[in-house]
Write a protein that binds this ligand. Structure first.
Ligand code: BGC
Length: 272
């Protein structure tokens, strides 16, 4: 386990989709660095409670609670922010991470599968970021905990830049995240709000189990990864903590790719 640190002491962070995979690792890492954490979930409440419980045991100065909310629903997102502020006083860091895939060849993709992915992956991140911005601006600076008024860290994907056949809904949602994040930066940076994205490559979670659960699949996947290992959720957790902390204070409007080099066109290593 990572060593506890203190970089986020006194701050409160909402992580959406935090009861599994990347979200769980991000919430855990944020808690280890001293922040209060809201573990958002939509299904499997027992797992969310367990993640929150583990975070509060390991966190030397903060606490964690689980809050249920469908991030694609405006009223539910607003309610989650209200519950968080009632409980912890404010929100300093917002990490809209909840996301899903509903894959199909484009010509067979249903409107429902298109809409669901856009609603959760893109609209969900818009709704969380909007509530975070409102809270940051109404609360004002807290120089004792951070040099920024607030931080938003969008969870994107390498597919914000790598086209993905058979996954047009997912790729379009992540392509949308780039302009959402950069436009927020442009609009609110002067208020000392930082908005960045993390773009994970292939990270070993349930969402891409087919790509790693056999030796053969893993070997094929590694052809896309110059670093020749699949990522683990903790790779994303450590990037998120750093982006949330003052160590990255001058980083704004940027996407950090955490992908073992996947975005460096590995197909060209011996070709072209
Ligand atoms: C997707 C995974 C995929 C990875 C690399 C992620 O955004 O959710 O299913 O393995 O990108 O292609």
């Amino acid at each position: 386990m990572q060593k506890p640190n203190d970089r986020l002491r006194g701050q409160t962070c909402i992580v959406t989709g935090a009861n599994s995979g990347i979200g769980e690792a991000v919430a855990t890492a944020i808690g280890l660095d001293g922040a209060n954490v809201v573990v958002n979930y939509i299904s499997n409440p027992e797992k969310a409670e367990e993640v929150a419980h583990q975070i509060s045991i390991n966190n030397k100065c903060g606490d964690a609670i689980a809050i249920k909310c469908d991030v694609s629903k405006e009223d539910q997102v607003q309610h989650m922010f209200k519950q968080t502020i009632d409980h912890f006083g404010t929100v300093d860091i917002c990490i809209p991470n909840a996301g899903l895939q509903r894959d199909a060849p484009m010509h067979e993709m249903s409107i429902e599968d298109w809409q669901l992915v856009i609603d959760v992956n893109l609209t969900g991140q818009f709704l969380c970021a909007r509530e975070a911005l409102k809270e940051f601006m109404s609360r004002g600076m807290r120089p004792e905990v951070s040099s920024s008024l607030g931080k938003i860290i969008h969870m994107s994907s390498v597919h914000q830049i790598i086209p993905w056949a058979g996954h047009v809904n997912y790729a379009a949602s992540k392509g949308g995240i780039v302009m959402l994040m950069e436009s927020i930066c442009q609009e609110y940076a002067s208020k000392k709000i930082r908005c960045n994205s993390i773009a994970p490559g292939a990270i070993k979670t349930n969402i891409n189990q087919d790509a790693w659960d056999t030796e053969e699949a893993l070997q094929k996947l590694n052809e896309l990864i110059p670093y020749k290992r699949i990522g683990i959720p903790e790779d994303i957790g450590s990037a998120a903590v750093w982006l949330a902390s003052d160590e990255s204070e001058y980083i704004n409007g940027t996407t950090i790719y955490v992908d073992g080099g996947m975005t460096c066109y590995p197909g060209f290593t011996t070709n072209g």
